[in-house]
Design a protein around this ligand. Structure first.
Ligand SMILES: [Zn+2]
Ligand SMILES: [Zn+2]
Length: 286
């Protein structure tokens, strides 16, 4: 096995399908020495106005969206207490307390998140941008796919700006699924290469690691996030890289790690980051 840790996973109670106990047992049986659980930490005052909130309600995981920090903190307190118990019961595998955090570029959000970080003391935080603020609206990739091309392009610019701001914040251990809008076939035209390279240069400047998210192989994309082209940029700028399975159930743990490593190497990526380095990178500005 190339990478003996898996840090990007989701469990039941959030939007995962299996319990932390089941995830840990499967990770161990597959030979992983460390598993981190990184459920969503998504806080925005208008989040319940986003279209995805209705979808999440119907599917029963609306509780991953909080409109205030107190709400998210309470949920994570009991979740982390469960992970602590699990670690005591399973001394032979390291269990880390992570979170996948949606970044919003406002002082209010940063202050709120810094306070939450002080209280919860996660082992690591993954920076993600599932949502962007556009005009007076919180939109995600599905919203982008359902508007006219011009508006969609403006939303995509916001998306990449948000990733750049996230990198500049220096708050995160690494950045998740860099070209997520590809999920809906968006942002793949070569006209986006310029802004993508600009963002990769910022990420490199901050020495922030980036994940290769193997969830992309699952759908008909045949490529992880990010795609070959962006992976080549990561290689050129020597950005540290790790593999993430983004497992939402036990069957997805460690999925396509071999393929992803092979593909990354073919794209010139050599800088696979160690677990210790990732954990040490933690929240310099927090
Ligand atoms: Zn995500
Ligand atoms: Zn995730």
């Amino acid at each position: 096995m190339i990478q003996n840790f898996t840090l990007h996973t989701h469990t039941i109670g959030f939007d995962g399908r299996d319990s932390a106990t089941e995830m840990v047992a499967v990770a161990r049986s597959m030979g992983f020495k460390t598993i981190g659980i990184s459920n969503h930490f998504i806080v925005h005052p208008d989040i319940q106005r986003s279209k995805l909130y209705g979808v999440a309600m119907a599917k029963g995981y609306a509780s991953i969206y909080a409109n205030c920090f107190e709400q998210a903190i309470e949920k994570f307190k009991s979740h982390y207490a469960e992970l602590d118990r699990l670690q005591q019961e399973n001394p032979d595998i390291k269990i880390l307390r992570g979170m996948e955090v949606d970044y919003f570029h406002t002082n209010q959000w940063r202050d709120g998140f810094s306070a939450a970080h002080q209280i919860l003391k996660p082992d690591y935080i993954i920076g993600a941008s599932h949502f962007v603020e556009y005009n007076d609206f919180i939109c995600n990739v599905h919203d982008m796919a359902s508007v006219d091309p011009k508006t969609c392009d403006k939303m995509l610019v916001q998306y990449w700006k948000n990733i750049q701001n996230m990198a500049e914040s220096n708050m995160f251990n690494w950045i998740a699924h860099l070209d997520l809008p590809r999920k809906r076939g968006l942002g793949t035209h070569k006209k986006w290469h310029g802004i993508q390279e600009e963002v990769v240069a910022t990420i490199a400047d901050k020495r922030t690691p980036v994940e290769i998210n193997t969830g992309g192989y699952g759908i008909d994309l045949k490529q992880p996030y990010p795609c070959d082209n962006i992976q080549k940029m990561l290689a050129m700028y020597h950005v540290p890289v790790l593999l993430s399975d983004d497992a939402h159930n036990i069957a997805q743990i460690g999925r396509h790690f071999d393929t992803a490593e092979c593909q990354a190497s073919n794209n010139g990526i050599k800088n696979f980051v160690s677990l210790q380095k990732i954990l040490d990178f933690r929240g310099k500005k927090l």
